[in-house]
Design a protein around this ligand. Structure first.
Ligand code: SAM
Length: 196
């Protein structure tokens, strides 16, 4: 999908798309490295959008690893299914997808990569998504997401940062990726053995 088409989706679905342009290859690479995608057996991506992170995940993941993408926007999901035919995408909100049923015959996720626009979400949705997703991250598994420089100081960005620290104590922040519009950085947290 072109940058112009992405921007059109942003105009129609401002709060859920939450970005004026897809993430850059440099940010995608930082996300995939920070999350440790190459060693994962089962990868979950939240909000794959036009596939900026999906492409980097596909290139880094092991041949026998499994992937699931959860995307709320049907236009994006249709294009993802055409472009990445060997990968599985479900149209759903990450806050409501039934992971327990999906995981009945599969191992828990050991990597979660999120492209969700957390800063644009109300705190109830931020909390709802983390509560629905994190119980399905295996002990020692990693959760990577990003924030735009400056936007992380807005109320929604600060709330999300606090929430993330509460759910994944010890969450780390990467160096800034300047080659992205706007510049961004990655948060990566690991689930401790004792956390639910
Ligand atoms: C900022 S865009 C990021 C797209 C892509 N990952 C990238 O970095 O270029 C956010 C994406 O999250 C999706 N999204 C928003 N809310 C969602 C939700 N509750 N559950 C699943 N996907 C959601 C949007 O439709 C959009 O594709």
């Amino acid at each position: 999908m072109s940058a112009a088409a992405f921007f059109r989706e942003f105009i129609s679905n401002r709060h859920s798309v939450g970005a004026v342009a897809p993430s850059s290859p440099a940010l995608a690479e930082r996300m995939v490295e920070s999350a440790g995608v190459w060693k994962a057996r089962h990868i979950l991506e939240l909000g794959p959008g036009t596939g900026a992170f999906t492409e980097a995940i596909r290139d880094a993941m092991a041949d026998d690893a499994e992937y699931l993408g959860i995307e709320i926007n049907t236009t994006f999901a249709g294009q993802l299914r055409e472009r990445f035919q060997d990968m599985r995408f479900e149209v759903a909100g990450a806050q409501e997808f039934d992971f327990s049923t999906y995981l009945q015959s599969r191992p828990a996720f050991d990597v979660i990569v999120s492209g969700l626009p957390w800063t644009a979400f109300p705190s109830s949705l931020q909390e709802g998504i983390l509560r629905n997703v994190l119980p399905h991250l295996s002990p020692g598994g990693s959760f990577a997401t990003f924030a735009y420089l400056g936007f992380h100081q807005l109320p929604g960005g600060r709330r999300f940062r606090q929430l993330l620290h509460r759910h994944l104590p010890g969450v780390e922040t990467s160096r800034i990726v300047w080659a992205n519009l706007p510049p961004a950085f990655v948060y990566v947290g690991r689930k401790g053995a004792a956390e639910p």
